[in-house]
Design a protein around this ligand. Structure first.
Ligand code: C5P
Length: 402
C-alpha cells in the first residue's frame, strides 16, 4: 500500500534506534514519512540520520521561524494520513493524556484530526506505574491505538513489559489501521447500546437483568473495524471497550437515553441493550430498613423511556435504526409487531427460550426482519452475527448513497 503519508513522532528513549529501521520499512512499502524528533529524541538518534532515511526534512522546534514558514505546526499535524508515535515515552503519553502542548510533538498530537498509533517504550516500572497505566487507559478511551509494549529484556537490564514493539509489528499495526480507514463504513458514525440497565431502589439495591453485553460489544467492534466512528453506550458489564470504540458507561435507562442523545446525529444506531422496562418509581436516598412487625415495602414501578423508539423518531433520524427482539415464542411474529411499534428499520430477532442458551451465551440463531423480508440466519457465534450484520449495514448504506 503506497502513497500514504505518515507523521512519525520519535520520542526520547533508547528504542528510538528502532524507529530508524521503522522509517526504512515504511519507505520500502511506499509510504511517505514526515518525522518530528523531540528534543529528548535527539539524545538517542541524530536529526541527520532520521532525515537521511526519511528522505526529507525533520521538524524539531515549535518556535522555529524557518520551519513555521515552510509548514505551520497545525498543517504538519494534518497533512499526514496517520500519526505514529514511536517510541512513545511515558512523558509523551502523559502530555497527550493531560492535553499539554508545550513542544512540537505534543502540539501536533493535540492538533491532529487523524488517527494516532502509539508504540510505548519505557522501563517496566515506569510502564507499570499507576500514572502511566491511568494515562494508557485514558488514551485508549480517547481512541488512541497502541501496539506493544512487549515483554522482554530491557536496555537497562531488567525484564518485563516495556520493550517497544518491533518495527515489523508496528508496520503491521499501521497497515491494519489503513485497512480500517479504507473500510466500507469509513466516514460514517455509529451508535450502539449494550448490556443491562440498573434501576435503583435505594443506594444499595437495584433491579437489573442477566444481559452480558457480548452481542452489542461485538457489533461495536465490527462497526469500528469497518471504519465507522463508533460510540458504545453500555450498561454495567465487565468488558473492556473494543479497540477504536468510544465507550460511555451508564447505569440507568434514563442515563442511557441521555448518553445516546448526546451522541446524535449518527448514521447508524443499533440497540442491543436489555433496557429495564420499568424502574422503581422512587429510589430512596437511604437504605430501606426492615422493621420488625411491619409488612415488606411495596415497590411501585414507573415506565422507562424506550431508547430504540426515541432514536427511531429522532430529528435528524439515523439513516438506519436497528433493534433487537428477544422472544421466547412466536419469535418472528412478535418481532414484526415490534418493528412497526418502535418505528425502527430492522429487527434482529432471536429466540431466548432457556434451552437456546442465548442470554449470556456465545452463539445466537437470529432472524433479520427488514421492511420487505425475513432472513433466517444459521446458528452463529455472536461475533459472526456482528460481522454479518455490519456487512449488511454497509451494503445498505452504499446502495442508498449510490
Ligand atoms: O420492547 P423490547 O424490550 O422487547 O424491545 C427490544 C428492543 O428495544 C431492543 O433493541 C432494545 O435494545 C430496545 N429497547 C430500548 N429501550 C427500552 C426497551 C427496549 O432501546 N426501554
Amino acid at each position: 500500500m503506497g502513497n500514504r503519508a505518515i507523521l512519525l513522532i520519535i520520542g526520547g528513549g533508547i528504542a528510538a534506534y528502532k524507529s530508524l529501521e521503522l522509517i526504512r520499512h515504511l519507505r520500502q512499502r511506499g509510504y511517505a514519512v514526515q518525522p518530528i524528533l523531540t528534543k529528548a529524541g535527539t539524545e538517542f538518534v541524530t536529526p541527520l540520520s532520521v532525515s537521511a532515511l526519511a528522505g526529507g526534512k525533520v521538524f524539531q522546534d515549535l518556535f522555529s521561524l524557518s520551519d513555521e514558514s515552510e509548514m505551520g505546526h497545525i498543517e504538519l499535524s494534518r497533512s499526514a494520513d496517520l500519526v505514529v508515535v514511536a517510541p512513545a515515552t511515558a512523558d509523551l503519553m502523559a502530555k497527550l493524556a493531560a492535553g499539554h502542548a508545550n513542544d512540537l510533538a505534543s502540539t501536533a498530537l493535540l492538533a491532529t484530526d487523524k488517527a494516532v498509533l502509539m508504540a510505548p517504550a519505557m522501563n517496566l516500572r515506569m510502564w507499570n506505574h499507576a500514572t502511566t497505566q491511568r494515562n494508557f487507559a485514558l488514551l485508549q478511551k480517547d481512541g488512541i491505538l497502541f501496539v506493544g509494549p512487549n515483554d522482554g529484556e530491557m536496555a537497562c537490564g531488567e525484564f518485563g513489559p516495556g520493550r517497544m514493539a518491533e518495527p515489523g509489528e508496528i508496520v503491521a499495526a499501521i497497515e491494519r489501521m489503513f485497512d480500517t480507514l479504507a473500510g466500507p463504513l469509513a466516514g460514517k458514525t455509529a451508535l450502539v447500546t449494550a448490556g443491562p440497565t440498573r434501576e435503583p431502589l435505594d443506594p444499595v439495591r437495584f433491579i437489573s437483568n442477566r444481559s452480558s453485553g457480548k452481542q452489542g460489544y461485538a457489533i461495536a467492534h465490527a462497526l469500528a473495524q469497518a471504519g465507522a466512528a463508533t460510540t458504545l453506550v453500555s450498561g454495567p458489564v465487565e468488558r473492556d471497550a473494543p479497540s477504536r470504540v468510544k465507550l460511555l458507561r451508564v447505569e440507568t435507562a434514563r442515563e442511557m437515553l441521555s448518553a445516546c442523545e448526546s451522541v446524535l446525529p449518527v448514521d447508524v444506531a443499533i440497540c442491543t441493550a436489555a433496557v429495564a422496562d420499568w424502574r422503581p418509581e422512587i429510589a430512596t436516598d437511604q437504605k430501606l430498613k426492615r422493621k420488625k412487625g411491619s409488612p415488606p415495602p411495596v415497590i411501585t414501578l414507573a415506565e422507562n423511556p424506550d431508547i430504540l423508539a426515541a432514536l427511531s423518531h429522532a430529528r435528524p433520524r439515523p439513516a438506519l435504526v436497528v433493534g433487537f427482539a428477544a422472544e421466547t415464542e412466536n419469535v418472528v411474529a412478535y418481532a414484526r409487531e415490534k418493528r412497526a411499534a418502535k418505528g425502527c428499520d430492522w429487527i434482529v430477532a432471536n429466540d431466548v427460550s432457556t434451552d437456546t442458551g442465548t442470554v449470556g451465551g456465545e452463539s445466537n440463531r437470529v432472524h433479520l426482519l427488514t421492511a420487505d423480508k425475513v432472513e433466517d440466519w444459521p446458528l452463529l457465534d455472536k461475533t459472526e452475527v456482528a460481522r454479518r450484520l455490519v456487512a449488511r449495514i454497509a451494503e445498505t448504506l452504499k446502495a442508498r448513497n449510490a
